[in-house]
Design a protein around this ligand. Structure first.
Ligand code: G6P
Ligand code: MG
Length: 211
């Protein structure tokens, strides 16, 4: 019943979610903001400047736009350091098999990540060629949970949103999929991803025929 599957990247295909966490934690603590895994959950799927605003909270107004850009840049440099040694070994279990299964079923494959580093990560993982369309985050105006990125992917793949299965590890990402009118497959815990139509612990449990 689906014509396309649109995947998120960070935390679904590879564990860059952990690198984002480490980089934000160092930045947050450098400005005296406490940062833990629970708070990080709210940042998943949120773009860079949006994440910084969430971290700074009320204190955001104490910083100029220029200072905030410098903080975001510092976080990104640290993140790029962390991903620089990534390779195919960093693919999460089941990721390549899931992509191959979708391809074998004759469906189109999209990638919807708001990360401006997504192309670099795909290159490191050696899977760029497995996607029919990769959304360029630089062209997206609204971060998840806005549906723009998933709707853009569907449009470029030439399929209706209702014919798409979206795969996400983030609360904001699942919300984005649902607002786009798609079936949402969550990757993670059902207690966290309450809006998802179905939740699996990881792509090693991905079974296209079940959804
Ligand atoms: C993804 C991740 C977020 C990250 C965002 C922007 O959505 O889940 O944690 O903040 O991309 O990433 P970027 O690489 O552009 O800073
Ligand atoms: Mg994610």
């Amino acid at each position: 019943r689906f014509k396309a599957v649109i995947f998120d990247l960070d935390g679904v295909i590879t564990d860059t979610a952990h690198y984002h966490y480490l980089a934000w934690k160092r930045l947050a603590e450098s400005v005296g903001v406490h940062f833990d895994e629970a708070f990080n959950e709210h940042l998943k799927g949120v773009d860079r400047m949006g994440s910084l605003d969430l971290i700074l909270g009320e204190a955001a107004r104490n910083y100029s736009a220029q200072q905030k850009l410098e903080m975001a840049d510092a976080k990104n440099r640290h993140y790029q350091d962390l991903i620089s040694t990534m390779s195919e070994a960093d693919l999460l279990p089941g990721a390549v098999d899931a992509l191959a299964a979708v391809r074998a079923a004759g469906l189109r494959i999209g990638l919807a990540s708001v990360s401006k580093n997504a192309f670099t990560v795909l290159e490191h993982l050696g899977i760029r060629g497995r996607f029919d369309y990769v959304v360029d985050a630089a062209t997206i105006t609204h971060s998840k949970p806005h549906p723009e990125i998933f709707l853009t992917a569907a449009d470029k793949l030439g399929v209706d949103p209702g014919e798409c299965l979206g795969v996400e590890d983030a609360v904001a990402g699942v919300a984005s999929i649902k607002r786009a009118g798609m079936y949402a497959l969550g990757v993670g815990s059902p207690e966290v991803l309450t809006q998802a139509d179905r939740v699996i612990p990881g792509l090693d449990q991905f079974r296209l025929e079940d959804y």
